[in-house]
Write a protein that binds this ligand. Structure first.
Ligand code: FE
Length: 215
């Protein structure tokens, strides 16, 4: 039986903070060097961060997933050629030239990792979270995914469900089509999109359950 950590405010709290702080220091050092040498301006960096925090990012991915849940033909196109399907919704560009969407089912759970660095489908998911870039996640997810999901993300995948780990590269930028949660019949695309979290598209979480009606 798998045991879960308790007392953590978020599933990853306490597990990755050291590497996150280290990544933060490294990024800041790199940024000051680039600025100091006149290679890039701070406003350029701020603008790029802003673009990926508000204009792009997980909200766009959530739209794609909600559309796939509602429209079987779109879902088929998404699973066949995610780059083209996302382009139908005006989503694509930098770091998203070759998107690949993999579907979670009752018998398969998919999760993504970049073992080499932090390749990520930016146009649909935005900027990769700190845990995704951590050495620990990258090393352990390929070796013991079931345990990492349970211990670090409080996601216990039933033993009879196969876990497939996708190594994201510059050539193939995977993201996950999570299973549509129960009790979402009749929900609009926008309501469905609100249930699709970034983590559910990485595969370290399920899509959220709908809020319970007070009626
Ligand atoms: Fe990479």
């Amino acid at each position: 039986m798998e045991t879960l950590p308790d007392g953590a405010s978020s599933p990853t709290a306490g597990r990755y903070p050291a590497s996150a702080a280290e990544l933060d220091r490294r990024a800041r050092a790199l940024e000051s060097l680039l600025v100091e040498r006149g290679l890039v301006g701070t406003d350029t960096i701020d603008r790029i961060v802003e673009i990926y925090e508000s204009d792009l990012g997980p909200l766009l991915g959530a739209q794609v997933i909600a559309r796939a849940w509602l429209d079987p033909a779109f879902k088929q196109r998404l699973l066949t050629d995610a780059t083209a399907a996302c382009a139908e919704l005006g989503i694509g560009g930098l770091q998203g030239e070759s998107l690949v969407c993999v579907e979670n089912t009752a018998s398969v759970h998919n999760v993504m990792v970049c073992t080499l660095c932090s390749c990520y489908p930016w146009p649909v998911l935005g900027i990769p979270p700190a845990f995704y870039k951590s050495q620990e996640y990258r090393a352990r997810m390929v070796v013991e995914p079931r345990r990492v999901l349970a211990e670090d993300f409080e996601l216990v995948v039933p033993e009879d469900v196969e876990i497939r780990v996708y190594d994201v590269t510059a050539e193939e930028r995977y993201f996950v089509l999570p299973q549509r949660p129960a009790g979402t019949e009749g929900m609009t695309e926008a309501e469905l999109a609100a249930l699709v979290t970034r983590d559910s598209m990485i595969g370290v979480a399920l899509a959220a359950s709908p809020p319970r009606s007070s009626a």
